[in-house]
Design a protein. Structure first.
Ligand SMILES: Cc1cc2nc3c(=O)[nH]c(=O)nc-3n(C[C@H](O)[C@H](O)[C@H](O)COP(=O)(O)OP(=O)(O)OC[C@H]3O[C@@H](n4cnc5c(N)ncnc54)[C@H](O)[C@@H]3O)c2cc1C
Length: 416
């Protein structure tokens, strides 16, 4: 045990990135870490599902093998092994075994289950139902620590927390940390509505692994998750005003939106009927991204996950990059702490924050750019056959290999 004061880290937001930072650093010598979460322990996205990208679990396995095993357990998730894509009449263009482009298969999981698996082992470090009322630097000196004023939403009690060395903003797309210390990001809209819901699968489990079906810029994406439920994410282009028109939120509109002249395939008929029968369950959104930022000017604040770089969801890289961010940041800090311990020094936090940015920026911008390029098939007037044929070409498959395989290198940090 060192006789230096520990580095005090406040993580704001117990989502994907925040939990993984805490997992990586809780129990680390020279670190005191706590997490402030505004929501309750059970997460509000409980009604939907997600597919985690191969790059997320590849890195998680290196950094936290027990958690990787827990996420793959029977009943917790189902394996994501194949990717099928075609037209809503049933014509298949892509039938990809993920291992052609990735080093490992991944998972399909319910959001609530993912949050349960991420949060429960680190419950002692998270304060739920707590909001940040104020945060800032204590003074104007270069060495100034940060402070937080937090409020318990259930009791109304306020607490002032001083001497914080690093605030990690993991508070999602509408980040209070980013707005307070860095900027107010301008959302960039794709001009596409995305809606998501969970529906019961058919008795004969007509939907299984990851699949996408297109018709003239309209897309149905689906996969089964444990409990014999099906996650559906539908999309359609929006007109210039970018608002989601009320008439589009109706069974009549949605039933017609994906229908080819030759009629729906059996699978797409099931998906469209399920959407229409469960229209009240739908979570509506517009696809948008924000420019990537990482640290603030003074170097004691670091944004990760959606607060740093919310991206178009087309390749499922939102949560996946949050996995990469959280795992990498914790492993990198451990390496910096080990080096500092060897030299008998305290780590230079601004230099650490700059190092995270210098290593993560290109990778995150690649994921954002690739997600943007892959989104053209969701735009009005785009020929789906052209987009689908492109998905099968070497250029696209090589990009996927880079995305799924070229995870940040954490070997040095983990060798110790
Ligand atoms: C319905 C839906 C389906 C999705 N499906 C996929 C998918 O299949 N694959 C994929 O890769 N991505 C998917 N995404 C995107 C994904 O959710 C995000 O990219 C990912 O969750 C980002 O992780 P994060 O840790 O940055 O933030 P989040 O997971 O959003 O976590 C942020 C946390 O911070 C808390 N918080 C916010 N503000 C504050 C505050 N001021 N103080 C304290 N706490 C705060 C929130 O309550 C939340 O717990 C989906 C998103 C949605 C909405």
């Amino acid at each position: 045990m060192s006789d230096r004061a520990p580095i005090r880290i406040a993580v704001i937001g117990a989502g994907v990135a925040g939990c993984l930072v805490v997992h990586g650093l809780a129990g680390e010598a020279d670190v005191e870490i706590f997490c402030i979460e505004k929501g309750p322990e059970a997460n509000v996205l409980a009604g939907t599902g997600l597919n985690v990208g191969p790059n997320a679990l590849k890195l998680l396995k290196q950094c936290n093998p027990n958690l990787e095993v827990a996420l793959r357990a029977e009943g917790v998730s189902l394996p994501w092994e194949t990717w099928t894509a075609g037209l809503t009449d049933g014509t298949v263009f892509l039938d990809l075994n993920l291992l052609q482009v990735a080093d490992n298969t991944v998972i399909r999981i319910r959001w609530a289950e993912l949050y349960r698996q991420l949060r429960s082992p680190i419950a002692a470090h998270i304060r739920y139902n707590t909001i940040v009322v104020e945060m800032g630097y204590a003074d104007t000196s270069a060495e100034s620590p940060l402070y937080l004023v937090i409020e318990d939403q259930q009791t109304g009690d306020r607490q002032h927390i001083d001497h914080i060395d690093l605030i990690v903003g993991c508070d999602g797309r509408y980040s209070q940390v980013r707005t307070t210390f860095i900027d107010q990001p301008e959302p960039k809209h794709l001009g596409v509505c995305i809606y998501r819901l969970l529906v019961p699968n058919s008795p004969d489990r007509i939907i299984d692994d990851y699949q996408q079906w297109f018709y003239n810029g309209h897309r149905l994406l689906a996969f089964a998750i444990p409990g014999n439920e099906v996650y559906i994410a539908g999309s359609f282009p929006l007109a210039a005003g970018l608002e989601i028109p009320e008439e589009a939120k109706t069974p009549a509109y949605l039933r017609a939106a994906y229908e080819p002249p030759t009629g729906y395939s059996e699978v797409c008929q099931f998906l469209v009927s399920s959407v229409c029968a469960n229209i009240d369950q739908i979570h509506w959104a517009r696809i948008q991204e924000i420019d990537a930022v990482f640290g603030d000017q003074r170097g004691h604040v670091l944004c990760l996950g959606d607060s740093s770089h919310a991206m178009f969801p087309t390749l499922g890289q939102g949560a996946t990059q949050a996995f990469e961010d959280g795992c990498f940041m914790a492993a990198h800090l451990k390496q910096w702490l080990a080096n500092a311990r060897q030299k008998g020094e305290r780590i230079n936090i601004p230099a650490f924050v700059a190092s995270v940015e210098s290593i993560r920026r290109d990778r995150v911008q690649f994921a954002q750019q690739f997600s943007r390029e892959a989104s053209d098939a969701l735009l009005a007037g785009f020929d789906p056959v052209t987009a689908l044929i492109r998905k099968t070409q070497p250029a696209m498959l090589n990009q996927l290999r880079k995305l799924y395989r070229d995870t940040p290198d954490v070997r040095l940090a983990l060798k110790r």
